[in-house]
Design a protein around this ligand. Structure first.
Ligand code: ATP
Ligand code: MG
Ligand code: MG
Ligand code: MG
Length: 439
């Protein structure tokens, strides 16, 4: 993409309404535009990162055996009356009436709808386990939308739903999602810590929130330092091996970790000070086993091996991709702007032409631009006539992992400069070596 053609509305001024760094940087870098309270448009740069984040989520959901579907945003209230949640959900639910006076709602989550899909088709335990997910917009009329896409009213959610014959099966399904989440967040360069979450009337210990430590997080969290050293399973992990997956979950759930809601002062006091992390955290994912909470009232059953009807045992598994973008920026930025991890960067390389119109600079840039793209790299080529200082500032602000700088002095010696955004390290290289390093 040529910057001269790219819709990248960079803001010079720091927007006053933005209280936290990720919100400020997303606005300044032209990633999002606020359209109303808790409502945002995604501009080209933001949309690119959102797509990358979604793709990682998708790959890890698929690897763990979940299957992607897409359900509507607008739902009929009837299903929610069946489950009993229509009245219980409260003011966070946006209720709508259509022209026939039918009660509708903008989905804040999809347990009811997916249970309806399940009960319409699946009749036998032989078709289990089943896990269906989608990545779809949700609306929750939050009391206090704030911090940009961190807590918005309309936001993107990946929500998966598992169906199993019994608790044992549901637990294995829960464990697979748990491990998929560890991999998902690690691939985005994030250290997410699974913390025990409240299970309410469901009971048991199968609910975890995945929390990113960040000073701007809304929850207070407590965990052992050893979490920061734990190994995340590799891509070769065998999701069909229940015992192997369960072992990983045990490793990641044994050391103390809790949000303020679940905090146990006595257990915490027993840990020595130098092994503790007490910080603030951002909830980026939440997994939950809820058994027959929906399958009973909505009558979702399968025939078991015993020939009898069983209400399926279910769980749900959420991730907030839009919130994740903000969380990644909270975790990875400096005073000059965003520092994208390579896996989610909107472009792999920023190619900066320091002297547009100079025959040699233009020629080398065009060559690098064509060859990097041919090698499958996403390149943002700054071919604008801005002065060099402004170009560097833009490149740092939007945080591309690599900047390739082409200036008249270097080019005269056959050299270009490669800068790593994260370390700030710069090296001079021949054009051929630069291509080798990046392609
Ligand atoms: P919170 O405690 O922050 O209100 P939640 O517990 O209500 O979140 P869940 O119902 O567990 O959220 O939804 C799953 C995921 O969706 C969350 O872990 C979060 O990543 C994301 N999410 C929830 N609410 C919002 C929101 N208002 N804006 C952006 N993302 C959200
Ligand atoms: Mg909430
Ligand atoms: Mg929560
Ligand atoms: Mg939650």
């Amino acid at each position: 993409m040529r910057l001269s053609r790219y819709f990248l509305p960079i803001l010079k001024e720091t927007p006053r309404e933005a209280e936290i760094v990720s919100h400020r940087l997303m606005l300044r870098a032209g990633m999002i535009r606020q359209q109303g309270a808790g409502s945002f448009s995604w501009l080209p740069l933001g949309k690119r990162v959102l797509d990358k984040v979604n793709q990682i989520i998708r790959e890890e959901q698929n690897r763990a055996g979940a299957q992607e579907i897409l359900m509507p945003t607008i739902q009929s209230a009837d299903l929610w009356m069946e489950s009993g949640r229509y009245d219980d959900y409260g003011k966070e639910m946006l209720r709508i009436t259509d022209r026939h006076e039918r009660k509708m709602l903008y989905g804040p989550t999809n347990e009811e709808m997916v249970t309806d899909i399940f009960r319409s088709y699946v009749k036998s335990y032989k078709d289990l386990p089943l896990n269906l997910y989608h990545i779809q917009w949700k609306f929750r009329d939050e009391v206090r939308p704030r911090f940009g896409v961190m807590r918005s009213r309309e936001f993107l959610m990946k929500d998966a739903y598992s169906f199993d014959l019994d608790f044992e099966g549901a637990k294995a399904a829960y464990n697979r999602m748990f491990v998929a989440y560890l991999r998902t967040f690690a691939r985005m360069g994030l250290q997410a810590i699974p913390m025990r979450a409240d299970t309410g009337p469901i009971g048991g210990d199968l609910s975890h929130e995945f929390i990113i430590l960040a000073s701007t997080g809304e929850s207070e969290v407590f965990c052992r330092k050893e979490f920061l050293e734990l190994q995340v399973p590799g891509a070769d992990i065998d999701f069909s091996n229940d015992a192997e997956i369960a072992d990983i979950v045990t490793t990641w759930t044994t050391p103390y970790a809790a949000t303020d809601e679940m905090h146990d002062e006595a257990a915490w006091d027993a840990i020595s000070e130098d092994e503790k992390v007490s910080a603030r955290g951002i909830e980026v994912g939440h997994i939950f086993h809820f058994g027959t909470k929906y399958s009973k009232p909505m009558n979702a059953t399968v025939t078991g091996p015993d020939g009898k009807e069983h209400h399926v045992s279910m769980g749900s598994y959420g991730i907030g991709p839009s919130r994740l973008l903000a969380a990644i920026i909270e975790a990875s930025h400096d005073e000059n702007g965003i520092i994208w991890p390579e896996s989610v960067a909107p472009f792999d390389v920023g190619l900066i032409n320091m002297k547009v119109g100079d025959e040699a600079c233009d020629r080398i840039c065009e060559e690098l631009y064509a060859k990097l793209q041919a090698a499958g790299k996403d390149v943002l080529y700054d071919d604008t006539d801005q002065r060099a200082g402004g170009k560097f500032a833009t490149a740092d602000l939007i945080g591309l992992p690599w900047q390739l700088v082409v200036g008249p002095r270097g080019v005269a010696n056959g050299e270009v400069e490669l800068k790593n955004r994260a370390s700030g390290e710069r090296v001079s290289l021949s054009v051929a070596d630069a291509l080798n390093r990046l392609a």
